[in-house]
Design a protein around this ligand. Structure first.
Ligand code: ADP
Ligand code: MG
Length: 231
């Protein structure tokens, strides 16, 4: 189980008013499933995802993963949480352009001080359907393939939770759907939390839709099970 308890974030802006980007958010997630966080631009979606994923620290509140609270986390605990418990996928892929597909994925293991195990990387490449592409550089891949590399990089750490911030934002609709279908498949084994502003995608692929407005949760709906057509 994964929880946000009283999670708040205030940004202090130089020569400006404080921005209360997230206000006292309480959420409880199961161990698996595809959860969408929906909301307009500026509603606090990325802020929430960054706090849940340990990329940024809350101004107040805590996250609790399997009974372990972030309340007493030191810097090293946050690093460990980020490196071991969660994986991130971003809209712009954030791949290293000079490195091959294999090395982009291997770096995630090295950051964990694990040996780059070719068999582990091969298995992840298989999962994201990128076998045969391991020696290419990001520039030699399509947008959808790059996002699959980013997903593979998140997965190779075998995290409990995969976070994706607008993962289809830079892709055409059909490619976006194939990425969401892949994340949906992964969500049978892991908790997958996806930020989007696309209500149709959320309704088509989500098990649950949490809606944010002005930094607060204004909707939280569990959707009936559905059959996703695999492309
Ligand atoms: P979303 O992802 O839903 O578009 P964000 O979480 O990025 O929204 O932003 C929520 C609010 O916080 C916005 O008003 C945004 O301008 C503000 N914000 C985000 N990051 C910062 C920052 N580093 N400094 C100041 N304000 C920020
Ligand atoms: Mg955002």
């Amino acid at each position: 189980m994964f929880q946000a308890k009283g999670l708040s974030k205030t940004y202090h802006v130089k020569n400006g008013e404080d921005v209360h980007a997230l206000k006292n958010v309480d959420l409880t997630f199961g161990d698996t499933g595809m959860v969408f966080i929906l909301g307009k631009s500026g509603s606090g979606k990325s802020t929430l995802l960054h706090l849940l994923g340990g990329l940024d620290r809350p101004s107040a509140g805590e996250i609790v993963l399997d009974g372990v609270s972030s309340a007493g986390f030191k810097d090293g605990d946050w690093d460990k949480y980020r490196n071991q418990s969660v994986g991130f996928v971003f809209q712009e892929y954030n791949l290293l352009p000079e490195f091959s597909v294999r090395d982009n994925i291997g770096i995630a293991l090295e950051l964990q001080k694990k040996k780059t195990d070719a068999a582990v990387i091969d298995a992840v490449l298989q999962k994201v359907e990128l076998k045969g592409m391991e020696n290419r550089k990001p520039a030699e891949l399509s947008g959808g393939q790059r996002q699959r590399v980013a997903i593979a990089r998140a997965l190779v750490k075998d995290p409990k939770i995969v976070f994706a911030d607008e993962p289809t934002g830079a892709l055409d609709e059909e490619t976006g759907r194939s990425i969401l279908a892949l994340l949906k498949t992964l969500s049978q084994e892991k908790l997958v939390i996806v930020v989007t502003h696309d209500r149709d995608f959320a309704a088509a692929y989500g098990d649950r839709i949490i809606e944010l407005s002005d930094g607060a949760v204004v909707g939280d709906e569990v959707l009936p099970p559905q059959e996703v057509v695999q492309e």
